[in-house]
Design a protein around this ligand. Structure first.
Ligand SMILES: Nc1ncnc2c1ncn2[C@@H]1O[C@H](COP(=O)(O)OP(=O)(O)OP(=O)(O)O)[C@@H](O)[C@H]1O
Length: 237
C-alpha cells in the first residue's frame, strides 16, 4: 500500500456540546485502500463521516490530510441537488469548482454518462429522476473531480446490478491510480469481498479494526465470515 492520505483522530464528537456520540475513533487511510466502515444502526458511522467532512460542530480531535492539495469527494446516501439546475449544469458547476478545463470536463463526463446510462437525460432536472438515477449522478459528479479520497455512505442500496458492478470497477480503477475509499455499508457480504480493511464501530467507538484476519483474531473465531466475526465481537463488548 502507498503513502498515508488521511489521519483521523477523533477524541470525541457529537451533535451538542454536552452529548458525546462517538469517541476514540483513530485510524489512517492510505493510497489505494478500500476501508469499510461497519456497524449497526445508530453505531456512529454517519457521525464519523460528518466529523471527517467537517460538517459537525462539536468535534474534539484532528482530521489531517497528508498534504493540503489533497481533495475528497463525498457520495451521500441521500442524493442532494440544486433544484433549478439540469444534469449537465450540475456537471458544469462541479467542473468549475474543480477548475477543470472544458475539454477535461467533457472527456471525463461523456464516458461516465454513457456507462451509467444518463446520456439521454442530460438536459433534465435531477429532481425529477428516480432514486437510483439520482445516486448515479452523485457518483458521476464524484468521479468527475478525481479526488484523492472517496467517502461513500451506503452505496449498495438503490443501484441496479449493472450500475453497482460499473461503480465498483471504476472505483478500482481510481484505486489503482492511488485514490482511497472510505465506505460505510450494512452489506457485509459485499464489504467482505471488496474491502482491504474494516473499522467495526459499536456504540460510538471502534471495537476492532484491520483485515478480515485481524477481525477474526480479535473475535477469537477461526474461518468465520465478517458477519459472524462481528456478531461474536458485539456479544462480548
Ligand atoms: N442530527 C442528529 N442530532 C442528534 N443526534 C443525532 C443526529 N444524527 C444522529 N444522531 C445520534 O447519533 C448516534 C449515531 O448515529 P449515526 O447516524 O452516526 O449512526 P449510523 O451508524 O450512521 O447508523 P445507521 O446505520 O442507522 O445509518 C445515534 O444515537 C443517533 O441518534
Amino acid at each position: 500500500m502507498g503513502m498515508k492520505i488521511l489521519n483521523v483522530s477523533i477524541d470525541e464528537a457529537g451533535y451538542s456540546q454536552d452529548e458525546v456520540v462517538i469517541h476514540g475513533i483513530n485510524f489512517d487511510i492510505k493510497e489505494g485502500e478500500l476501508i469499510g466502515l461497519i456497524g449497526p444502526n445508530g453505531a456512529g458511522k454517519s457521525t464519523t463521516i460528518k466529523s471527517i467532512l467537517g460538517t459537525l460542530e462539536n468535534v474534539v480531535g484532528t482530521i489531517q490530510f497528508q498534504d493540503q492539495s489533497m481533495r475528497y469527494a463525498y457520495i451521500p446516501e441521500q442524493p442532494v441537488f440544486y433544484e433549478e439546475l439540469t444534469l449537465w449544469e450540475h456537471i458544469q458547476f462541479t467542473a468549475s469548482i474543480c477548475e477543470l478545463t472544458e475539454q477535461e470536463m467533457t472527456e471525463r463526463a461523456k464516458p461516465l454518462l454513457e456507462i451509467f446510462r444518463l446520456d439521454d437525460v442530460i438536459h433534465q432536472l435531477p429532481s425529477t429522476f428516480s432514486k437510483g438515477m439520482q445516486q448515479k449522478l452523485m457518483i458521476i459528479l464524484a468521479f468527475l473531480t478525481k479526488p484523492n479520497l472517496y467517502i461513500i455512505d451506503e452505496p449498495f442500496v438503490g443501484l441496479d446490478p449493472k450500475a453497482m458492478n460499473d461503480f465498483l470497477r471504476l472505483l478500482n480503477e481510481e484505486r489503482e491510480q492511488g485514490a482511497a475509499v472510505l465506505m460505510s455499508t450494512h452489506m457485509l457480504d459485499t464489504a467482505e469481498r471488496i474491502c482491504d480493511r474494516f473499522l467495526l464501530i459499536m456504540k460510538g467507538s471502534i471495537i476492532a479494526q484491520g483485515t478480515l484476519a485481524d477481525i477474526r483474531n480479535a473475535a477469537q473465531v477461526q474461518d468465520a465470515n465478517l458477519f459472524d466475526s462481528f456478531e461474536a465481537l458485539m456479544e462480548r463488548t
